[in-house]
Design a protein around this ligand. Structure first.
Ligand code: MG
Length: 390
């Protein structure tokens, strides 16, 4: 393949670092044009030096000077602020944009990249949860393909290559079930963040690891799949598969099911997105089926994991409600990580916000930003009153 010039938004996070791990193994195939992060200037400077990045942006502008000084003597140009990310991402010198920022903050730069016709390797699922209809519309309008980085969606994308134009009758979205899969509900209720942060199979950032423990992550992935593959929600089934070997499956009308398998390692879906259609060796662990012995499957428990039910409800109602769910969840997860609310407080806050926010059936992008802002203040108010009661 021809050398690709790449931008990584959120390069100091888990996906960003693993993207650079893939690039490190394939320096002949990629050129790092742009790296951005929120505030980890030391890591960003080290990445820029190692990969000889042409531009870097630090969103937290109070860290600009520190980053600038850390890159003294290099050719890397240093910028600050979200507006710089949105501007630089449209550069003619970029072929592919890895959108791996955390949460709603990834929406604006992803939209800028799509409008500029870039190939977007999307790890930031909140973008599709909050504004799926708008984002997919822009992808079509500007001929800017979105390639999934999320492991389940990469799996579905890979399975769909076998479709040959045939209709899909079902998507089986697999879920590990997270660290609390086998716990009783009252034990989950008092789970501390240290317990929730211990994911059995995947090594990920803090926000998504908590989302995996509540299973909100799986709910968001249902919404993500609905948009990415233009599939009605009633054709998307969640199945708990604790080994995380099958990353998802697609069923066709003849009952044939195509599954994608690999050892759980995010570098696998990352390489498939940035190297597509080529497959790049990444030195990951290969599957040993005899050693695995068995693979198991269970129905998800919506009583123990109400967040998953909320996500189905949100996409069922549509409009700006999934955006509200995402915003409430971001506020609630942050509060849980500050030890301000209990584990089930996360789904309580999310559920209450979904009821309180005014419904907009066909939100514009401004409506989405407004819903995000309003829901966050509603969530913060609910969190504050929860703290008073406890
Ligand atoms: Mg996933």
């Amino acid at each position: 393949m021809e050398k690709r010039r790449i931008a990584i938004l959120g390069s100091t996070g888990s996906i960003g670092k693993q993207t650079l791990d893939v690039i490190r193994e394939h320096r002949d195939l990629f050129e790092v044009e742009l790296l951005t992060c929120n505030s980890s200037f030391t890591t960003l400077a080290a990445q820029a030096r190692e990969f000889d990045a042409n531009n870097v942006v630090i969103c937290d502008d109070t860290k600009y000077k520190a980053l600038f000084d850390a890159l003294e003597g290099t050719d890397t140009k240093v910028f600050a602020g979200m507006n710089s990310v949105c501007g630089l991402v449209t550069s003619d010198r970029i072929d592919i944009v890895v959108a791996s920022m955390v949460g709603f903050s990834g929406l604006a730069p992803t939209i800028a990249a799509l409008k500029a016709g870039k190939v977007v390797a999307l790890a930031n699922k909140e973008t599709l949860v909050a504004a799926g209809s708008i984002v997919m519309g822009l992808s079509r309008k500007h001929n800017a393909p979105i390639l999934p980085v999320d492991s389940e969606h990469s799996a579905i994308f890979q399975c769909l290559l076998a479709a040959q134009g045939n209709k899909v009758s079902k998507i089986h979205l697999t879920a590990s079930g997270g660290p609390f899969r086998t716990w009783e509900k009252d034990r989950i209720a008092s789970a501390t963040k240290d317990m929730a942060l211990k994911h059995p199979n995947w090594n990920m950032g803090a926000k998504i690891t908590i989302d995996s423990a509540t299973m909100m992550n799986k709910g968001f992935e249902v919404i993500e799949a609905r948009w990415l593959f233009d599939t009605p929600v009633d054709k998307i089934h969640v199945v708990v598969h604790p080994e995380s070997v099958i990353h998802s499956m697609v069923e066709f009308e003849d009952g044939a099911v195509i599954a994608q398998m690999a050892s759980p390692d995010m570098r696998e879906p990352i390489q498939f997105a940035i190297g597509f259609p080529e497959r790049l060796p990444i030195g990951n662990k290969k599957l040993d089926f005899a050693a695995l012995g068995t693979l198991s499957f269970f129905e998800p428990d919506l009583d123990k994991f109400p967040a998953l039910g909320l996500a189905f409800k949100a996409i069922g109602r549509g409009g700006n409600i999934p955006c509200a769910l995402n915003a409430a969840n971001e506020s609630a997860v942050a509060a849980y990580l500050r030890d301000e609310i209990p584990f089930y407080g996360i789904s309580d806050v999310a559920g209450e916000c979904m009821e309180r926010i005014s419904f907009i059936a066909e939100p514009t992008l401004e409506d989405i930003f407004e819903t995000n802002k309003l829901t966050r203040s509603t969530a913060d108010w609910i969190i504050a009153s929860m703290r008073k009661k406890s």
